[in-house]
Every structure is written in C-alpha cells, then in structure tokens.
Design a protein around this ligand. Structure first.
Ligand code: NAI
Ligand code: MG
Length: 366
C-alpha cells in the first residue's frame, strides 16, 4: 500500500514553508486518524536550495521528483535572489521540474465556496456552486513552436515571429486527460480552439473528435471557439464542467475563470505528465497558483487554503483517495461557512485569523 503513496514535499521560499506547515499537520492527522501513511520526503527548491547548495534544484532532488508518485510544491522566489542571472534564479528550479517531468497537462479548477460567492467579480447567483476545471496544454503551442524570434529586414524594419504548432499525439494526450477528468466529475468536456481561422484549431478539433469516438464513451463533448468561450465564462460559467484547450488560450481562459472565484489565496493547481505504460502512474506536481508573497512572508498571515486545496487535488488525482479529498474540501467549506478568514479574504462580519489559527480551525473541523 505504502509504495503507491510516495510524496515529495518542496515548500520553497517566502510563504511557501508557512502554508506547507498547515498541510503537514493535515498529513499527520491522516496518519493518526485515517491510518493512511505516506512515504513522505521533504526537499529544497528555489532560493532555499540556492542558499544551501548553490543551485535552485539539485540533481538528487530532481531524481527524487521523478521517482515519487506526486510532488507537492510551495512557491519559490523573492527579493533576496532577484539580482541573480536568469539561469540561476529560484524559478529555474520549478521550470526544470516541469520540463524533466514533462508536465503537459495543467489543471486549474475554479471552484466557488458558498461562503465566498460575494467575493466574485460576478453576481452571486451566477457563481454560487460553480465548479469548473480548465485543462491547459502546457508544453506545446505558440510559446515553444519554431521558427520563433525577431529579425531586422533589409529596409531596417523589424519582424517578429512566433509559431503555433501541435501534433496529433500532443493533442491526444491532453484530450485523454480531459476525458479522464470528466469521468470523475460531471461527464462533460468543452474542447476550445479557433478552428474557424487556425490550422492547429482544425487539427485540434479533428483529433479530439476522433479520440472521443474511440475512448470517450459516456462523455458529452462540445466544441467551442476560444473567443466565444471567454464570453461564455463571464456570461454563464455554470454551463462548463471540463474545458480543454491549448497553451495560449488556456493561459488566458484559466486566469479569467480564476477571478470568478475571487481570491488568489484559494486557487490550487495540478500539472500532470505522461502515464507510465506498465504501472499506469502519472508524473504529477501540485502547487498553489500564488507565488511566495514576500510582502507578507514571516508574518503568519498568509492564506494556507490554496496549498491545502492543492493537497486535496493530489489525494484525488494521484492517490485516488476521493473520500479523503472530499473530507479536506468539506472541512474547508465548513470553516469558511463558520466565518473564519485570513486577511486576504477578510470581510466585515467575519473573524480574521492567522495562518496557524486557520490550520487549528481546519484540524478541529476534520
Ligand atoms: P504573489 O502571488 O506572490 O503575490 C501577489 C499578491 O498576492 C501579494 O500582495 C501577496 O501578498 C498576495 N498573496 C499571494 N498569495 C497569498 C496567500 N496565500 N495569502 C494571502 N495573500 C497572498 O505574486 P508576486 O508578488 O508577483 O511574486 C512574488 C514572488 O513569487 C516573485 O519572486 C515571483 O517570481 C514568485 N512567484 C512564484 C511562483 C511559483 O513559485 N509558482 C508563481 C508566481 C510568483
Ligand atoms: Mg498567466
């Protein structure tokens, strides 16, 4: 049993270790009360690794990340390391993890807790109960396609080029993740591109349709143009369950969906890689959407819920522990319903609590 629960924890910098401490308390609780033990290792990444080893990610930690079942990541970076050359910065540690683990599927849920529906930029009735999953292709598309660059033409004008490229295997593997997700959720997938004006969009639509015929039994598939999707997200977001899209459109649509929920301190994410053909195991890294928040680090005021929700995703998607994931998410819902808020989500009439007290309250609720 323990062999399929190997977990590498990389708290990182700034508020990373502070919010991760609250996750560790939940892990200890699970160990004692739920009799689930994790084979847990903790490592260094980012500025913390630079200070200790002179590099944002050692080869040893990289090797550990490749052999565990899941990585739980905090955040990296901060003013202390801002003057380092680009190649040595804390962020390179995270980029190396993403690259070597080949994390091509980025999951960004947008979930609105009942007690937080008034924090949204939309009216309460439009977002109450909202639970959508944006799945963004993360390693292909226009951010990586060749040719790319800027050239100066003979007449002195400049010309910049970026190239959108997708192959059928790249589209298939992310669409397959979308169908898997939909099966564990509401059973509906919107595949989003611009097949009306882009060749990659046409191939995307054909490939997803074909895969759906072969492997999408029971999944309701819709195709939608990206511009319309942006509009629909703010018009009637509850029509969506899983949205799967390319790197560029996913970058924008996931930020747009995130703001439907109101707060950066509550947004988790997951990045998944290829499935091992023999074990069926997927590389996976879970992290909050927020950064290391140097402006509030060390003050015990950061919101630990994004990291805790990232951990709940880890339980759900890497360890298939649906009941435990539900339990953590329900406890968070109840703590918010009871009026407990860290400073970033404080509203008049609620109780402002520290990072540690938010953790205490959650443990009591569990
Ligand atoms: P940030 O997300 O760290 O902070 C933006 C604002 O949101 C700040 O005012 C911060 O106090 C607040 N905030 C963020 N998380 C919060 C939480 N859990 N609770 C309460 N308030 C929270 O983004 P910023 O300021 O652009 O970057 C700061 C550092 O973090 C930089 O060094 C940046 O490179 C790094 N960063 C790292 C990321 C990662 O490790 N994946 C992602 C984004 C930024
Ligand atoms: Mg972005």
């Amino acid at each position: 049993m323990a062999s399929n629960k190997k977990l590498l924890v990389l708290p990182g910098d700034g508020i990373g270790p502070e919010v991760m401490r609250q996750v560790r308390r939940v892990v200890d609780w699970m160990d004692k009360r739920r009799h689930v033990s994790f084979d847990l290792q903790e490592g260094l990444c980012g500025g913390a690794a630079i200070d200790a080893h002179g590099t944002p990610l050692t080869d040893e930690t990289m090797a550990d990340a490749l052999q565990v079942d899941a990585v739980l990541f905090g955040s990296v970076g901060g003013p202390k390391w801002d003057d380092l050359p680009f190649e040595q910065k804390p962020e390179r540690g995270l980029l190396r993890l993403r690259k070597e683990m080949d994390l091509f599927a980025n999951l960004r849920p947008a979930m609105v807790f009942p007690a937080m529906a008034d924090a949204s930029s939309l009216k309460r009735e439009l977002v109450e109960g909202l639970d959508i999953m944006i799945l963004r292709e993360l390693t292909g598309g226009v951010y990586f396609g060749e040719p790319r660059g800027v050239e100066t033409l003979a007449d002195g004008t400049k010309r910049a080029v970026d190239t959108q490229v997708y192959t059928t295997p790249e589209i298939e593997r992310v669409a397959r993740v979308a169908f898997e997700l939909a099966r564990k959720r509401g059973g509906k997938v919107h595949s989003v591109e611009k097949a009306n004006v882009m060749h990659t969009g046409v191939l995307w639509r054909q490939t997803v349709t074909k895969l759906h015929e072969a492997e999408g039994q029971g999944i309701e598939l819709h195709h939608m143009y990206a511009d319309n999707c942006a509009m629909q997200l703010v018009r009637y977001p509850k029509q969506f369950d899983v949205i799967v899209t390319d790197n560029l459109f996913g970058d924008m649509l996931s930020d747009c969906a995130a703001m439907l929920t109101g707060s950066l301190g509550m947004l988790p994410s997951a990045s998944l890689g290829a499935e091992d053909p023999t074990t069926g195991r997927r590389m996976a890294l879970y992290e909050p959407v927020h950064g290391s928040a140097p402006d509030i680090a060390g003050k015990d005021i950061a919101n630990p819920l994004a990291e805790l929700l990232s951990f709940a995703m880890l339980l759900r998607y890497s360890f298939d522990m649906q009941e435990d994931a539900d339990m953590v998410e329900t406890a968070i819902t109840n703590v918010l319903n009871a009026g407990f808020r860290t400073a970033d989500i404080y509203a008049p009439g609620t109780a402002k609590v520290s990072t540690t007290v938010m953790g205490d309250t959650l443990l009591r609720e569990l």
